[in-house]
Ligand binder design. Structure first.
Ligand SMILES: NC(=O)c1ccc[n+]([C@@H]2O[C@H](COP(=O)([O-])OP(=O)(O)OC[C@H]3O[C@@H](n4cnc5c(N)ncnc54)[C@H](OP(=O)(O)O)[C@@H]3O)[C@@H](O)[C@H]2O)c1
Length: 249
């Protein structure tokens, strides 16, 4: 028996990187996993990888109509939702001097507003005892140059998980943040356009991590499965760091 046998789960941004690895892991634990993403080719490929335990629903979490369509699909299956991993986010390097309205609005619309409405609109579907996991970042704790707007969105996410844990405790719904350190995903490599510079960027990030390497998406997924399951039944409002020691030692 898996940890999540027969439980419906949603992973936003489940088509690549940490989201895909988490969807694969939740399905391996017995869940039926709904996954979302904006690009159809990537979403279809992810459903193919996971198999019959996955349902793909194309959509943008910053678009409330897309969220309604997503939740209509989940409601149609008639089992509610036991696990919600609000994972979808975007990032880009932009200094304070370079920030445009578009950069600010895009990051806050997706990472903050999109995450808030992802969880708000799930509330009627969440079963008592459900687990909500928000994807934060170690960047929320530091002031890395040119990452200020992204870091601020992730600080907002950490704050949301505290408030929502408090607001939802009466239904036995736990809300936690997972806090990955640098993790080897398409999203991480995509921060630097030039492939040679990207390799150097990844090397420099890895050198800062006490364990001397980037995280693997599967390692974040293992912690997501823990937070999703009853094994973490006494943990709420927390932030679980999966960062190779980056912010710990
Ligand atoms: N990788 C790291 O080092 C790292 C470290 C700390 C935290 N994180 C966090 O981990 C999460 C996943 O990151 P990742 O590195 O795995 O990124 P990724 O490889 O770029 O994956 C992002 C996923 O989110 C989807 N997505 C993006 N915007 C969306 C939107 N508006 N609506 C719906 N889906 C959307 C993407 O699909 P589409 O583009 O097709 O929509 C994709 O499936 C993010 O919250 C990120 O901030 C990552």
């Amino acid at each position: 028996m898996g940890l999540l046998e027969g439980k419906p789960a949603l992973v936003t941004g489940g088509s690549t990187g940490i989201g895909l690895a988490s969807a694969v892991r939740l399905a391996a634990e017995g869940a039926h996993v709904f996954i979302t993403g904006r690009r159809k080719t990537e979403l279809d490929a992810a459903v193919e990888v996971i198999g019959s335990a996955a349902t793909g629903v194309i959509g943008d979490i910053s678009n409330l109509t897309d969220l309604d369509r997503l939740y209509d699909t989940i409601r149609g299956r008639g089992r509610g939702l036991d696990v919600l991993f609000a994972n979808a986010s975007v990032a880009a390097f932009v200094t304070l001097e370079q920030v445009t309205e578009k950069h600010f609005d895009t990051l806050f619309d997706i990472n903050v507003r999109g995450t808030l409405f992802t969880v708000q609109k799930a509330l009627p579907l969440l079963n008592d005892g459900a687990s909500v996991i928000l994807n934060g970042s170690t960047n929320a704790d530091v002031g890395d140059e040119a990452f200020g707007v992204y870091a601020a969105t992730k600080a907002a996410i950490r704050s949301f998980s505290r408030t929502w844990a408090n607001e939802l405790k009466g239904r036995g719904i736990r809300v936690n943040t997972i806090t990955p350190g640098p993790t080897d995903t398409p999203g991480l490599s995509g921060l630097v356009a030039d492939p040679e510079q990207a390799a150097d960027f990844r090397r420099r990030l890895a050198a800062n991590v006490p364990l001397g390497r980037l995280g693997r998406p599967e390692e974040i997924a293992a912690a997501v499965a823990f937070l999703a399951s009853e094994q973490s039944g006494f943990i709420t409002g927390s932030s679980l760091y999966v960062d190779g020691g980056l912010k710990q030692i």
